[in-house]
Design a protein around this ligand. Structure first.
Ligand SMILES: C[S@@+](CC[C@H](N)C(=O)[O-])C[C@H]1O[C@@H](n2cnc3c(N)ncnc32)[C@H](O)[C@@H]1O
Length: 226
């Protein structure tokens, strides 16, 4: 398990960033999840679930199924469990995406929001996600930090952990190498207006924030044929 990532994201969880990430990611995450056609009996994995907001959202679709959120940060998992007590069909585990504690073919769908580029070994994580998905399964990932979204590159120096800066073509190749088929990518836009008085936050200027919003989030989806 990567201690540097765990320590950093434990700090984020203690600082309340799990909840603020929900506010930031949800408008785009909802669009991605809507495209996944998660049925009532689905068994879903949320990889790098953070505070578990997407896990709970997915649980509303998989009402007769089950959703499992995993995260490398034990503090994020604590926050996620705390917020999910009223959900009968979700559970959370501390685990690395590169070593998933599940049997082959356990899930019908997998989702991951703003998590892939932190992994030390994205190829291994994608192979693991492919392994735990059944034949006909679907994986859908969303990232904001990617090559074509130039405004987000400023995050690289600000983050306390190393990240992978990949293009949509790089992600496509990694998905193919891990065994996924029918890969599709799409840009998803956050529909919220950019406040006139945006001064600080994740970007150095309002102009950068506007550029980030215009480029959108990169969604990559791939199917499993075994
Ligand atoms: C930017 S946060 C996004 C969290 C959540 N998906 C959301 O949208 O709010 C990235 C998450 O990925 C987790 N993470 C980073 N590396 C990981 C790994 N190798 N395995 C599992 N989770 C990891 C972090 O602990 C963190 O909670």
């Amino acid at each position: 398990m990567d201690e540097q990532l765990r320590t950093e994201f434990n700090e984020w969880a203690r600082a309340g960033k799990g909840e603020s990430m929900e506010r930031g990611h949800r408008p785009v995450g909802e669009q991605a999840i809507a495209r996944m056609n998660v049925g009532s009996n689905a068994r879903v994995l949320d990889v790098g679930c953070g505070s578990g907001w997407a896990t709970r959202l997915l649980a509303g679709f998989a009402i007769n199924g089950h959703v499992t959120g995993i995260d490398i940060s034990d503090e994020m998992i604590r926050v996620a469990r705390e917020a999910s007590q009223s959900y009968a069909n979700v559970d959370f585990e501390i685990a690395s995406a590169e070593q998933l504690p599940f049997n082959d073919n356990e899930f019908t769908h997998a989702f991951s929001m703003e998590s892939l580029y932190y992994y030390r070994n994205i190829s291994k994580a994608l192979s693991e996600i492919h392994r735990v998905l059944e034949n006909g399964g679907l994986f859908c990932a969303v990232v904001d930090l990617y090559w074509e979204n130039e405004a987000t590159h400023q995050w690289i120096d600000d983050l306390n952990v190393p990240v992978e800066l990949l293009s949509s073509e790089d992600y496509r190749s990694l998905f193919i190498d891990a065994g996924f088929t029918n890969i599709r990518d799409e840009r998803l836009l956050d529909p919220r207006p950019v406040p006139d008085d945006y001064t600080s936050g994740s970007f150095k200027s309002r102009e950068d924030f506007v550029k980030y919003r215009e480029a959108g989030s990169l969604m990559i989806g791939g199917e499993v044929k075994k």
